[in-house]
Design a protein around this ligand. Sequence first.
Ligand code: PEP
Ligand code: MN
Length: 356
Amino acid sequence: MDRLETLRGKLDEVNLKLLELLNERAGIVREIGEWKEEKGMAKFDPIREREMLETLVKHNRGPFTDDQVKHLFKQIFNVSLGLQEAGRKKELLVSRKRRQEDTVVHAKHVAIGGPARTLIAGPCSVESYEQLRAVAAALKAVGVQVMRGGAFKPRTSPYDFQGLGVEGLQMLKEVADEFGLVTISEIVHPAHMELAERYIDMIQIGARNMQNFELLKAAGETRMPVVLKRGISATMEEFVLAAEYIVSRGNEQVVLIERGIRTYERWTRNTLDISVVPILKQETHLPVLVDVSHSTGRKDILVPCAKAALAAGADGIMVETHPDPQTALSDADQQIDLEQFRAFCDAVQQSGLLRK
Ligand code: PEP
Ligand code: MN
């Protein structure tokens, strides 16, 4: 019995020594990682890894077999590489670890994020002055300050309405100025950033373009607020890294929007991922909005979905509305008419969830 106790005592000692050495090793690995990061070198070096394993095997006196030694050390190497990756993630500019305070995005007199909660509404596409004026008046009447409307429409079919282009942006500007509203519209080409600066107040990067890296870089070069939509099947990590593209070019005015992801479900157009809201709020300091129209593709569940999003911590909601949805040139099935829009705003405003 005494012998067992002694051996166990020795084992405990060795465990602690091993722990100390492993942590010492991890510290060195981290330093190497930082150095490589600075020099822009790849973290994983397979040749170096093979050399280390060969040296270990050469010095192996047993009782572990050479294969067992290799297996054990490969585990250690992998965990260490993971440490370097975790370090890299921690350093993202959009990460909450880099900045504790919420980023507040400003577009003219409107703030998104921080204590504010913002409603954005408007038609899927800009179609005419009459249409836009009717929407603008409805927004104004319920105190919604940000009007959306697509002028460059990325449509699944090339035969569908592609948007009015520059003319649409001009209409947005004219009507927004008339009603004192702030505008947001999708930009699909890096060369169109100047147009955006001239005619609108916020740039939307659509779901289909979330990983259009040249577009992200161009948006990063502007100083306009950018509303970045989550890709149709983008993971949260891909979404966050897309935002990092913009912020790393010097534009910190970025808003993230969940707009539903593609799943097997057919009763909704996409699947609204509410979990992304608290996760993005936790992992990043950027404002997070939820687009209840594209995420559901339905008119009958907008209020509960908007409430759920706000309850989960969203900084605001985007919803599509059109004076005559039946005749809308895009997304006719999901746009609510102006009467339904008033009822939607009433319900959301009265829920108390627009106050933080
Ligand atoms: C839109 O907002 O009209 C749009 C095309 O959205 P998404 O990029 O989310 O599909
Ligand atoms: Mn739409």
